[in-house]
Design a protein around this ligand. Structure first.
Ligand SMILES: Nc1ncnc2c1ncn2[C@@H]1O[C@H](COP(=O)(O)OP(=O)(O)OP(=O)(O)O)[C@@H](O)[C@H]1O
Ligand SMILES: [Mg+2]
Length: 285
């Protein structure tokens, strides 16, 4: 019994393993930056991490944040694994779940094994982290990004991996029911009234979905007064703020220099947020 107890104490928390976290919010609020910071912290805590770039519009985004500019080969878009837009339809036109090529079994019913099914051409790797891209708008007149969003919705994994998903700006994905299969919706709020309105929307949508899984991060906070003002504006929703990240000049400098985010910076600012998310995830078990 004593051995059992010691083992339990020594075992690191793995509350976020197998969880799908969708990061969303206002344009420019810091969604991609937060994804990169959280991914770095999760990696330091020995989680296996799958970061899915679900933003069809941002050509570089997470590649720069996680690997820096100058990466030779970007990952092949995951939508191609499913047969491209020939096969993958917009979830509004056709809500049916994604299937693998040649299979009728829906992916959510038989999740994908990241280690054995997804070839290295679909990802960039760094230790226990893999970055995948759902797909990008590459050509004029290509059509709407709905099919790419379907990949975001249904790319469910059968591995002990945390899925961290970077969404495009705004709330269109809620209109398309993309958050249906997410465990945690993490809204990133910069210190603006627009972000407060979007937080209310996000919370309203999750209530409509019948869940209570919307949580928030305040980002680019320049002073305690600014944080207090945001919390006042959020009212009841302030309870759902998992933490704050200050305005960090080094993040801006890295964006211009093209360097990846620094993991010590991540640990300094995002460790408590990850701990809070672990606490939240263990409630949903
Ligand atoms: N805590 C922070 N302190 C200072 N600058 C930040 C912080 N977080 C993000 N930024 C900067 O804000 C800008 C927008 O960040 P980011 O690209 O992460 O936002 P986003 O919400 O993903 O944007 P988009 O809506 O275009 O996807 C970047 O230049 C980034 O370096
Ligand atoms: Mg982004």
């Amino acid at each position: 019994m004593a051995g059992e107890q010691t083992r339990r104490i020594d075992q690191p928390t793995r509350a976020l393993a197998r969880k799908r976290i969708l990061v969303c919010g206002k344009g420019g609020s810091g969604k991609s930056t937060l994804v990169a910071l959280i991914a770095a912290v999760l990696q330091r805590r020995d989680y296996r991490v799958m970061v899915l770039d679900g933003d069809a519009s941002n050509p570089e985004g997470l590649v720069r944040l996680l690997f820096g500019v100058g990466v030779q080969n970007e990952p092949k878009p995951l939508i191609e694994f499913f047969g491209g837009t020939e096969r993958v339809t917009c979830p509004v036109d056709d809500p049916s779940p994604l299937t693998r090529i040649g299979e009728s079994n829906p992916v959510p019913a038989k999740p994908i094994n990241l280690s054995t099914e997804i070839g290295p051409e679909y990802s960039l790797e760094r230790g226990n982290l893999r970055l995948l891209q759902a797909g990008k708008i590459e050509t004029y007149g290509q059509g709407c990004d709905g099919p790419i969003e379907k990949v975001v919705r249904d790319f469910m994994l059968d591995d002990e991996v945390v899925s961290l998903i970077d969404e495009k700006a705004g709330v269109e994905h809620f209109g398309r029911r993309i958050p249906d299969r997410m465990d945690i919706i993490l809204g990133v709020l910069d210190c603006t009234r627009e972000s407060v309105s979007i937080a209310r929307r996000i919370h309203g949508f999750t209530t409509e979905m019948g869940t209570d899984n919307a949580w928030f991060v305040l980002n680019k906070v320049e002073s305690q007064a600014m944080s207090d003002q945001m919390m006042d504006l959020l009212g009841d929703l302030s309870e759902k703020v998992t933490g704050t990240v200050p305005y960090v000049t080094d993040l801006v400098k890295a964006a211009l220099a093209g360097s990846p985010i620094d993991e010590h910076l991540a640990a300094k600012h995002v460790d408590p947020i990850v701990q809070r998310l672990e606490g939240i995830a263990s409630q949903y078990r």
